[in-house]
Structure formats: C-alpha cells, structure tokens
Design a protein around this ligand. Structure first.
Ligand SMILES: NC(=O)C1=CN([C@@H]2O[C@H](COP(=O)(O)OP(=O)(O)OC[C@H]3O[C@@H](n4cnc5c(N)ncnc54)[C@H](OP(=O)(O)O)[C@@H]3O)[C@@H](O)[C@H]2O)C=CC1
Ligand SMILES: O=C(O)CCC(=O)C(=O)O
Length: 565
C-alpha cells in the first residue's frame, strides 16, 4: 500500500479515535491462499496446539515452564497455523522457479527449524577488582536469536536472576517483537548476572566496560552487527560506558560507532523520547483497543479510559511511565506493586504524587495516604480492576493465580509475564491480553529511531523544520492571495494556535512520539485484522501477534534463502 504524505500527515495528528486507522496497515498483512481462516472445530482456547510436539504441549500446562520453551510454544502455535499458507506459497514458488516441490517443502521445514534455536549463544566470565581489593568473577551473556535481518537488537539486563535460558527467551522475544512492529532487526538480548545494588558506581562501570570489551573482542556487537539497549536495571549511564568503550577500542575508526548501542543520554548520541518510549508505547497501543467501541464491546467492556481502574505491577521505567499516561487519559490507578509488596486504594492513588515518594524511597510500603498494604507483589493480581499492567518481570501470571485474576484487559509491559497455561485460563474467562511483543515494543521502536539518527548523523527535523515552516508560510500567503484575487478583499489567514505550535515549536521529540504512535497504531490495527483473517477470538491477541510476526520472519527467510552455499 502506498501512503501519500498527506495520508501520513493525517495519521500523525493526535488521535482522538485511533480506530479510524483500522483500514490501514504497514503493508505486511498476511493475505494469500491456503491459510486457516477459521471455521475449524478446534477449541479456540488451544488453537494452534494441535500437532505440536508433546513436550511443547506440556509447556502449555506447566506452572513454571522454562522461559525459552514458553516463547517457543507461542511461536510454534503460530507456525502451525501458518504452515498451510507457507506450503501454498512454496508450491506457487515451485511452479514459478521450476525448483521441485519436495525441495521447497524441505525449505519450509528448514526455516521452521531455524527459528527454533538461537543462532549464537555466548557466555563470558571475567574478573573485576572490587573496591575493597578482592576479585570477583562475573557471568554474563549475549544471545543472537535470528539474524534474518541485521543488525540484531535487544537490551542488556543486570539482575541476579539472569541465566542463559532467560537471555535466550528474551532474544527470541526480540525477534518476534521487531517483526511485529516492522522494525527491521533480528532479535538479540544480553544479561549480566549481578544485583547492581550491591556494587558501587565505580564497580558497575568496570563491569559494563569489561562486558562490552568481551562482546567487542568476539565481534558480537557493532552498529551493523548487534545493537544493545537498556533493559531491567540499566539505562543511559550504562549505555554511555558501553559506547565509550566501543569508540575507544574497536570502533575508533568507525564513523557510525555511536550507533553501536541505543538508549544513550541525549548529550551523548541519544534521542529525545527514548526514556519514556516503552511505557508510552504501551499506552499508544492500548488506545486503539480501548477507544474502539466494537472491540471493547466484544470483550464485554465499554470503550474509553475515563473512570476505568488500573493496577500496575513493577514501577520501573516501563510501569511508571505507562501508569502516568493511563492516568492522564482519565484512568484511576487502584494499586501499585513492587518487590516489597502491594499498595491499594479503592479511591485511587495519585501517580504523580506516588512517583515523588518512589523516587525518594524506592519502595511502596509506607506511602500511606489511605492506601492499604499487602505483603506480596502478586497480591495486586487479584484486585478487581478494568486494566492490569504487569510491568515487572517474566512469569508473574501463572496457572495457579490466573483463575483469581479479576480484570478485563491485561496490558503486558514486561517481557513474558504470562505463562501459556495462564493464557488459556484467562482466554476462557474472556480476558483480553495485549501481548508483550506489541505492548512493550515502543522501546525498540524509538531505539530504531535513535540508531537511524546516529547513522544519519543528523537529528530529526534539523533539515526540515525551517523548510517546512517556510513552505507553510508560502502556502498561507498563496491562499490569502487567491482569496484576494477571487473576492477582491484582504483576508488574513491566521494559523490556529495548535497549528502555530506545530509549525514554530516542533521538536525532535514531537517527531519521535508521532513515529512511535504511528507504529503502535498500525501494528494494533494489523493484529485486529489478523484475528479476523485467521478466525481467532478477539481477545487472542498474542496468537495474532505471533502469526503476524512469524509470517514476516518467514517471508524474509524465504526471500533470502537459508544457506549461503
Ligand atoms: N526498559 C525498557 O525500555 C524495556 C523494558 N522491557 C521489559 O519491561 C520489564 C520492566 O523493565 P524496566 O521497567 O526497564 O525495568 P526497571 O528495572 O526499570 O523496573 C522494574 C521494576 O520492577 C520491580 N520488580 C522486579 N520484580 C518484581 C516483582 N516480582 N514484583 C514487583 N516488582 C518487581 C523491580 O524491582 P528491583 O529493582 O528490586 O528488581 C523494578 O523496580 C522487563 O520485563 C523488561 O524486560 C521491555 C521492553 C523495553
Ligand atoms: O530498545 C531496544 O533496542 C530493546 C529493548 C528491549 O530489550 C526489549 O524490548 O525487550
């Protein structure tokens, strides 16, 4: 589909009813013959499970599945649904190219096998000298999942819980996430197994620089290879140490060296809007559903945010920003959970006020102001509300607690917060879930904009703001002149205050946020279409997201070929 500049312009306006975009797509909708377009007698709660290997079917029942297998389970369900379509496409290709159908079938199977495992798994162990003079060996990882597109992309997590399976799972999620929002990267992820609160800033700098060096030595990172970013417990500070290490060593002659990592501080190669991008993106994506009357009615809800209640688990980068945007839309924050427990107030918690308390104390307990305290962070899951936002970590919503969850719509800010068994229970209850691979894709989307800015060596708007302003002034003058010619009198054409602001005060952040909103709306639109096309229930957005992503990954591999010899 060709988007004219004016169509794009219209889309980028603040959207009061994002559903009006529903007829557009980013051009990746899986249309074609041979697909399963519904009408089968398969149980909708287990759609895609039929034909999975028994060990994967088991993953769909487990209380605490292996995280990587959990992602694989979701991907394979989508592959199952898409397989007839892939085979039909191969058949058609065979007719065109003369390559025997059998060879083509092997290729379909080859592609499916390729997606199953990460392409490169790297574990490093290096010593650091602590401030007290003792030495400690640090374990760290970087995984490249699928390099159907380069560079690969994915954050770096610092946590005591980091392990190779977790990093593998997160790298696979990156592959599907990037495909879901049509950000042209393969998937990767990194992790360092430390509790950062137990290290001084000096020690954290040593760890980060050494981790960067280990990956650089192995040629695993670089602006055209693999571009890390922030994730749990990392941010601009760590990204600066990383890029600086790259620029002072291997990348010292590379003009694009700044693009070796994203999420950098503004004054050191970063982009305005990245810090809030993941939470903002979750809100952007939610708009298309929450403001859509048909969709909300289909899950037994009224449209709109006003007066709707929400609960947030994890008040870090993602959760705090998402909560702020949901509140600004008129939502009422009922509860916030962090590691130390849950606070709850049926009259609502003021997110702005709580943020001030959180920034000073880094805990929820003791906030007061009429809030009730509950000991566990998972207690938040059972509070009746309209929207639940798990924004902490993986597998918090499981088989044993899913039945007690009492909300209409779950917005996944965290990666992998819901296990497949919980998914099925929630599906049967009619709870809609906006899945992680769309929900938190705002982060990588704005990282993509940052990377483009770095390799283009120019900030957004620098070349166009002045030119656009001049063009618009000429346009207004020309309208005024035409009116004068026609009507014979001077008519002053005054831009409205809103238009003036856009014209004279636009910033890089405005462009970034419009690009983010556009990406999230388009993807959300695509998912609604995919549910319809594949006969999925409206609440089954995870399966729709995986179908849409895997289709794109598959098509890239089909076009490129699998091997180089
Ligand atoms: N930052 C980003 O741009 C992106 C993040 N994500 C995902 O979002 C999630 C959160 O990331 P982010 O906000 O960056 O991380 P942060 O470290 O900024 O925040 C996470 C918060 O959740 C808390 N937490 C951890 N476990 C629990 C729990 N079981 N119950 C309640 N609170 C808990 C953490 O506490 P403590 O510090 O004590 O561990 C921390 O305060 C992760 O799954 C991440 O992968 C996804 C896409 C992009
Ligand atoms: O910003 C990025 O490149 C990746 C963010 C990330 O790690 C994630 O989306 O899980």
């Amino acid at each position: 589909m060709v988007l004219t500049p004016s169509a794009v312009w219209r889309m980028l306006r603040p959207v009061s009813n994002p559903c009006r975009l529903a007829s557009r797509s980013m051009g990746h909708v899986c249309s074609g013959s041979g697909g399963d377009s519904g009408g089968s007698d398969e149980d909708p709660a287990t759609k895609g499970e039929k034909g999975l290997p028994p060990d994967l079917v088991k993953v769909g029942e487990e209380e605490n599945p292996n995280f990587y297998r959990m992602v694989e389970y979701n991907a394979y369900k989508a592959l199952n649904i898409l397989k007839p379509r892939f085979l039909a496409s191969m058949k058609e290709r065979a007719q065109r190219s003369g390559v025997p159908e059998k060879t083509q079938k092997h290729r379909v199977e080859g592609i499916m096998a390729l997606i199953k495992n990460p392409t490169c798994v790297c574990g490093v162990h290096f010593p650091i000298k602590r401030d007290d003079g003792t030495y400690e060996i640090i374990d760290a990882f970087r995984v490249h999942h699928c390099n159907h597109k380069i560079p690969l992309k994915g954050g770096i997590r610092y946590s005591e819980e980091v392990n190779i399976d977790e990093v593998k799972a997160l790298s696979a999620l990156m592959t599907y996430k990037c495909a879901c929002v049509s950000v042209p990267y393969g998937g990767a992820k990194g992790g360092v197994r430390i509790d950062p609160s137990k290290y001084s800033e000096n020690e954290l700098e040593k760890i980060t620089r050494r981790y960067a060096l280990e990956l650089i030595k192995k040629n695993l990172v670089g602006p055209g290879i693999d571009v890390p970013a922030p994730d749990v417990n990392t941010g601009g500070r760590e990204m600066s140490w990383f890029v600086d290490t790259y620029m002072k060593t291997f990348g010292h002659t590379n003009i694009n060296a700044m693009g070796c990592i994203t999420g950098k501080p503004i004054f050191y190669g970063g982009i305005r809007g990245r810090v809030t991008a993941t939470g903002r993106g979750l809100w952007n994506a939610s708009q298309l559903f929450i403001n859509n009357k048909d969709y909300m009615n289909s899950i037994g809800c009224e449209p709109g945010y006003k007066g709707k209640t929400f609960c947030v688990q994890g008040f870090g980068n993602v959760g705090s920003n998402a909560a702020r945007y949901f509140e600004a839309e008129g939502g009422k924050c009922l509860a916030i959970a962090e590691r130390d427990g849950t606070i709850y107030n049926p009259d609502g918690i003021n997110v702005h006020d709580f943020t001030e308390y959180w920034n000073k104390n880094r805990k929820v307990m003791g906030y007061g102001k009429g809030t009730k305290e509950m000991k566990s962070s998972n207690d938040i899951l059972y509070i009746p509300c309209d929207f639940l936002m798990p924004c902490a970590t993986e597998k918090t919503i499981r088989k044993t607690n899913a039945e007690k969850i009492n909300c209409k719509f779950i917005f996944e800010g965290a990666n992998g917060p819901t296990t497949p068994a919980a998914d099925k229970i929630l599906f049967k209850k009619g709870t809609a879930i906006l899945p992680d691979i769309l929900g938190n894709a705002g982060g990588v989307t704005v990282s993509y904009f940052e990377w483009l800015k770095n390799i283009n060596h120019v900030s957004y708007g620098r070349l166009s703001f002045g030119y656009d302003e001049e063009n618009t002034r000429l346009l207004l003058d020309s309208v005024a002149k035409s009116l004068k010619d026609q009507l014979g009198k001077d008519i002053k054409i005054d831009p409205s205050p809103e238009f003036k602001k856009r014209l004279y005060e636009a910033t890089e952040k405005d462009i970034v946020q419009a690009g983010l909103a556009y990406t999230m709306y388009m993807t959300a639109t695509e998912l609604i279409k995919t549910t319809k096309e594949f006969g999925l229930q409206p609440q089954n957005l995870r399966l729709a997201a995986y179908v849409s992503s895997i289709f794109k990954v598959y098509k890239a591999l089909e076009e490129a070929g699998l091997t180089i010899t």
